[in-house]
Write a protein that binds this ligand. Structure first.
Ligand code: ADP
Ligand code: MG
Length: 533
């Protein structure tokens, strides 16, 4: 030994170097373990031997020493001790790493989900009881995956609901059409007409329901009309009281003057419902819900807080509760889709996101005020419009039903709808050519194009051509043609602004016979009017 140590020579020097080099490499490697973002450990079957700082942090200890000091029987970190027994067994039966997803418990008792890779420490004798492994906290990733799955589920439900509602809408369209035909028929006795009126009312209710479904699936074509928010709410109140239950006292104060806005009644009802359901959830022990309407003048100096706000005359709809209230952190995020503080299965986090979307579409905005323990107020602002009676008379509202003798090309794949629309148009005196799809329509157009003055087509059809492509193609060939596209489906159409083509008009299904008749006449008469003006 001594002789060896004292032996001079270059070979000894170089072996010293290589030892130094090796040990600095080892040091480097230890640094990686020490700095690794993953938890790394070695342990016997019942004692932790070595842990890196990341593992200590994961389990809520300030340092590896602290974690080891605790005695560190590994089993205590497992929420289910049986998990550990199973993994140890798997590790002893396998040569490489085994991987498991494990529920771990931190020092403070809280839990997280870890992705664990573990193996038996390789050892020439094969007798080792040492294991080693890596732990990664995947709680956040799992939460994101769950949110994604939830979002996909909502999307699927939306598609399903939208699909059913679309078909259902077609059926309702046919019923409303037939009703229209019967109501115009002089042979029907007045008492029977009354019954028909009742049927029509019920059918309209069914149409409202499908509208809600389409709204949920975001496939609905908004049908804006001028409406009085006082009346809208009064009608909704009965349903709301039933929905909210007896523990909640609902009061309603209407605006002193009439509160006219331009909007989609179904969508605005949805807004009120979502706000009221949230208020109910905030008052589980019961409480008071105050709904009120007012017309207000919004001033520039009062709107620094909300970027969507603007000056002008607005109808303000307030929903106030004296429930649990919200803190700053919730207030900051409450309109985010999927943001919810409710337990899984109770909240979707879509209620206020829908409210926000609808109000934005109506060119309004929402303000929120809330105090923890005292309650919350949501204030929806919608642009006020002038009372309908004072507006220019709307030809769609006032004209009596008139027919004509022009030729109309009708394209609709739903046979029952097509037959009823055709029947209705023929009763008004028009000549109707019927096609089941785009290519059939082109065939009819070749033969009769010169006498066809109006195209009525479904937006969504089987085959290669959509209703819009068909209409645009024919309009190019014959600029004097008029076209009506109809659908219960495509919000995109309204959004794309493609209906602004001057010769194109749009009808949301289901429509009444009277509305169809008026729209047809309005379009066909346009050219006679416009040269004079
Ligand atoms: P969800 O009701 O499904 O949770 P929302 O988008 O409707 O989703 O609401 C998001 C969150 O905003 C709720 O989870 C709740 O924390 C909070 N919130 C909404 N309205 C109220 C209210 N009136 N009082 C207290 N908290 C509310
Ligand atoms: Mg909600």
């Amino acid at each position: 030994m001594n002789g060896k140590a004292s032996q001079p020579g270059s070979s000894a020097a170089s072996s010293d170097d290589s030892i130094r080099q090796e040990s600095s490499q080892e040091q480097n490697f230890q640094n990686i373990v020490a700095d690794a973002p993953l938890g790394i450990f070695q342990s016997t079957t019942d004692r932790l031997v070595m842990v890196n700082p990341a593992l200590a942090r994961l389990f809520g200890c300030s340092s590896p020493e602290e974690m080891l000091e605790e005695g560190a029987a590994p089993a205590r970190f497992f929420v289910r001790p049986a998990d550990r027994a199973e993994i140890i067994k798997a590790v002893t039966e396998t040569d490489g790493f085994v991987q498991r997803v494990v529920e771990y418990r931190r020092r403070d008792g809280s839990t997280f989900t870890g992705n664990l890779h573990m193996r038996r420490k390789p050892d020439a004798t094969g007798k080792t009881n040492l294991v080693e492994g890596f732990v990664e906290d995947i709680t956040g990733r799992l939460r994101l995956e769950k949110q994604l799955r939830q979002a996909q589920k909502m999307e699927a439900i939306g598609q399903l609901a939208g699909g059913i509602a679309h078909d259902f809408n077609n059926i309702l369209a046919a019923i409303l059409m037939h009703l229209g035909v019967l109501q115009e028929d002089s042979r029907v006795q007045p008492d029977l007409k009354e019954a028909l009126g009742e049927i029509e009312e019920q059918t309209q209710r069914a149409a409202n329901l499908t509208r809600q479904l389409l709204l949920f699936s975001r496939r609905q074509v908004p049908t804006p009309e001028v409406l009085n928010v006082n009346v809208l709410l009064k009608d909704l109140l009965k349903m709301l009281r039933r929905l909210l239950g007896e523990k909640i006292r609902v009061t309603f104060r209407r605006a002193e003057e009439e509160a006219w806005v331009r909007g989609d009644a179904g969508m605005l009802e949805q807004v009120v419902m979502n706000l009221c359901i949230n208020a109910r959830d905030a008052m589980l022990q019961g409480g008071e819900l105050a709904i009120s309407v007012a017309t207000v003048e919004a001033r520039a100096e009062n709107m620094r807080r909300n970027p969507d706000a603007r000056p002008g005359r607005f109808v303000r709809l307030s929903v106030a509760d004296n429930g649990c209230g919200m803190d700053e952190a919730v207030l900051k995020r409450l309109f985010e889709p999927f943001f919810t503080t409710k337990e899984p299965g109770k909240g979707t986090g879509l209620g206020l996101a829908t409210v926000y979307g609808i109000i934005k579409q109506h060119e309004g905005w929402v303000d929120v005020e809330s105090t923890i323990g005292l309650g919350s107020v949501f204030r929806v602002h919608l642009p006020a419009v002038i009372e309908p009676a004072k507006m220019e008379a709307n030809p769609l509202m006032s004209e009596t039903i008139r027919g004509g003798t022009e030729t109309i090309l009708l394209v609709e794949d739903e046979r029952s709808v097509r037959q009823t629309v055709a029947l209705c148009l023929r009763k008004l005196g028009y000549a109707v050519l019927e096609a089941d799809n785009g290519s059939e329509a082109l065939g009819l157009w070749k033969q009769n194009g010169d006498r066809i003055q109006l195209l009525i087509s479904d937006m969504v059809m089987p085959g290669e051509l959509t209703g819009q492509e068909l209409a645009e193609g024919l309009l190019q060939q014959k600029p004097s043609l008029k076209a009506i596209l109809s659908s219960g489906y495509s919000a995109e159409l309204a959004e794309n602004g493609s209906v602004t083509h001057p010769a194109l008009s749009f009808l949301a299904k289901p429509y009444r016979a009277a509305l169809l008749a008026k729209t047809v006449r309005l379009l066909l008469d346009e050219d006679q009017k416009s040269p004079g003006t």
